[in-house]
Design a protein around this ligand. Structure first.
Ligand code: GH3
Ligand code: MG
Ligand code: MG
Ligand code: MG
Length: 295
């Protein structure tokens, strides 16, 4: 059911219009002036706004302009309803962002047709939005595991790093002897292990942390506002959760371990140096026997 706003300072006109719209199965909101109308549109996910031109406070076309400036993430289809019928008036309304223009007195037949065309545009708009969101999600996530892909985990890190006074904890995680899993059980089993490990890491983190697939069987975890010692604790929690998990894949039950390197970065420290430090720590964890967390 679409939500429709009727903004008109004339109570009778408003009520007649509202009654008609309710009969057409719209959920109707009413405002008697431009400022109230603006608040309703800001907060109520309204799809269609029927706006009178001359109203106290904020007039219809200026209201329309303000609606466009809001940049809401859904489309508001604006129809200016007015007694003004000059060509220049029409042009002004369209120029300020109206989608359509209806001159009083109008028949309900005319209104119904104009609402029909409004719905057509809104449906198209929603479809585009949906397609955009789907594509966007596909470009930022790793296809296999569903966590962030390498490009977007690095983007997140750069964004955080640009913020003032944030210390960021970094963990690089690498699966131990993963090649052997592929060689012994096949690539498909390896893929399932990658998915399970991604899930365990995600479940160990808070909502505000980030995890991404950094390489084939390597993961990067970003911990905003955590220092290196706090990050070490999180890394150990991840390591233990993986060590204690039994990976059930088909009829197999596997035990897997990971090695982790931890570092952190503050403002004015070099981000690449911090990533290299985590990488070096990971290397040391591998060298000293694997299934370890090293700072
Ligand atoms: P180490 O303990 O030293 O880390 O040894 P490793 O065997 O884990 O490391 P190595 O770098 O020798 O091998 C990593 C393997 O990960 C090789 C590669 O084929 C595999 N791999 C990378 N991406 C994927 C993937 O998407 N799916 C599967 N199944 N395997 C992958
Ligand atoms: Mg009026
Ligand atoms: Mg590796
Ligand atoms: Mg490995």
């Amino acid at each position: 059911m679409y939500k429709v706003l009727v903004a008109d300072d004339d109570k009778d006109a408003r009520e007649v219009l509202s009654a008609f719209l309710s009969k057409l199965n719209y959920k109707v909101y009413e405002a008697s002036n431009g400022l109230d109308a603006f608040e309703l549109i800001k907060n109520n996910n309204i799809s269609i706004a029927l706006i009178d031109w001359i109203m106290p406070g904020l007039n219809g076309v200026d209201l329309c302009q303000k609606i466009r400036e809001l940049n809401l993430n859904h489309y508001v289809y604006v129809i200016i309803v007015t007694g003004k019928s000059d060509k220049d008036d029409t042009l002004e309304a369209l120029h300020k962002g109206a989608d359509d223009y209806i001159v009083k007195p109008f028949s309900f037949k005319e209104l119904k047709v104009r609402l029909f065309s409004a719905e057509r545009i809104i449906k198209l708009e929603n479809k585009l939005k949906e397609a955009y969101e789907k594509l966007y999600n596909e470009t930022i996530h790793d296809f296999l595991t569903g966590i962030l892909n390498r490009r977007s985990i690095i983007n997140e890190l750069n964004n955080l790093y640009r913020q003032p006074e944030v210390e960021i904890g970094l963990i690089i995680i690498d699966i131990d002897n993963f090649k052997k899993i592929n060689d012994t059980y096949g690539h498909l089993v390896g893929d399932e292990v990658l998915k399970d490990i991604s899930r365990i890491i995600s479940q160990t983190l808070r909502k505000t942390d980030f995890v991404g697939r950094y390489g084939g069987e390597e993961f990067l975890v970003i911990l905003p506002y955590l220092n290196i010692n706090e990050s070490y604790k999180i890394a150990e929690r991840i390591r233990k959760n993986i060590e204690n998990n039994s990976f059930h894949i088909g009829n197999l039950e596997l035990k897997i371990t990971v090695s982790l390197g931890v570092s952190s970065v503050k403002k004015y420290e070099n981000l690449n140096d911090a990533l290299e430090a985590a990488d070096k720590a990971l290397y040391n964890a591998k060298k000293s026997g694997k299934n370890k967390t090293i700072i």
